[in-house]
Design a protein around this ligand. Structure first.
Ligand code: HEM
Length: 327
């Protein structure tokens, strides 16, 4: 950044504070207070990615599940305590959300390097970006300066995070409530190009989609047949399946190609093609042009990361991402 631009930004921040506007996130937030922060996050994400290739997907999802509940404030990381019912118990997270130990490891390294400085919410945002890059996806500059919540909302987690059997209008509404539009929805769901789903999240499609005892006809019949042995009518709830069986560990646009072949694993994936012409057009665009997908994905991740952050004097910098600080 040029000196003139930096001066203009500094002036803007001063004026914003004087006008009572909330402080904005800023990619340079830790430049002085913890210049090594981004390097520390990237090196630990890189190490765990090498040990467990699924972890990139899990970390990317954590940021999403954080931001959709009370904003990007690391509320998802809090364990239950005398005053807190953990979001880890909610339907979308129970037996499903993972990666908490990795965030602990990053936090411990950051506390050692720069005590009480880098928030858990910013760790989630950086780890999501680094996970995308490490699996072959686009990079982006992460605005920083989020602070951590002093509470959690298991109810918000149950209600605000879309479910895999929600209709497309319900999903669109849940995104809209977060300030995200149809383009953000279709681009961000491209995250399902990596990672796993449990049988329980899509079983209904294999046997009884409409309550009539028929499988979901928008799921390719041979793909459904291949899924049934390890996802029977009952039992095997926790069995894992790749969301993108063609390139499961590569962040690419294969997800959209799968949708065009009626091989989207979740109902919430396939409806992007089958339930609205507007979303279907975007699916076709991203299937045809990976560069456009990457550009839109990066932009929408920044937008998602900006959902209602705590800044300035709000919230706190937790010493341990699992607990609020004691005063
Ligand atoms: C309509 C919105 C969405 C729905 C209904 C949805 C639903 C799901 C479900 C059901 C799973 C499998 C969970 C399990 O069975 O344990 C999953 C996995 C995943 N989701 Fe989504 N998701 C949505 C949007 C997103 C977004 C916006 C992102 C990221 C920006 C994301 C990233 C992921 C990733 C990476 C995984 C794999 C996680 C792992 O392997 O640990 N999802 N999602």
């Amino acid at each position: 950044m040029s000196a003139a631009m930096a001066a203009a930004l500094a002036l803007f921040s001063l004026l914003a504070a004087a006008w009572g506007l909330p402080p904005q996130l800023d990619p340079h937030f830790y430049d002085r207070s913890c210049p090594q922060a981004q390097q520390i996050v990237a090196s630990i994400v890189g190490k765990v990615h090498y040990q467990d290739p699924r972890m990139a997907a899990s970390l990317l999802r954590l940021h999403f599940h954080d931001c959709f509940v009370k904003g990007c404030d690391a509320s998802i990381l809090l364990d239950s305590s005398a005053t807190i019912v953990s979001e880890k118990r909610s339907n979308p997270n129970r037996d499903s959300a993972r990666g908490f130990e990795v965030i602990d490891e990053i936090k411990a390294a950051l506390e050692a390097a720069c005590p009480h400085t880098v928030s858990c919410a910013d760790i989630l945002a950086l780890a999501a970006r680094d996970s995308t890059v490490m699996t072959g996806g686009p990079g982006w500059i992460v605005p920083l300066g989020r602070r951590d919540s002093r509470g959690a909302s298991v109810q918000g987690s149950n209600n605000d995070i879309p479910a895999p059997n929600n209709t497309l209008p319900t999903i669109i509404t849940k995104f809209k409530l977060q300030g995200l539009d149809i383009l953000d929805l279709v681009a961000l769901l491209g995250s399902h190009t990596i990672g796993d789903s449990r049988c329980t999240s899509f079983r209904q499609r294999l046997y009884n989609r409409t309550g009539t005892g028929l499988p979901d006809l928008t799921l390719d019949a041979s793909y459904a047949a291949a899924l049934r042995p390890r996802c029977p009518r009952s039992g095997g709830d926790q069995n894992l399946f790749f969301l993108d069986p063609v390139t499961p560990f590569k962040f690419d646009n294969q997800y959209y190609k799968n949708l065009l072949a009626y091989r989207g694993l979740l109902s919430s994936d396939e409806v992007l093609l089958t339930a609205s012409p507007a979303t279907a057009e975007l699916v076709k665009l991203y299937a045809a042009d990976q560069d456009v997908f990457f550009q839109h994905f990066a932009r929408s991740m920044v937008k998602m990361g900006n959902i209602s952050p705590l800044t300035g004097g709000n919230g706190e910098i937790r010493a341990n991402c699992r607990k609020v600080n004691r005063y």
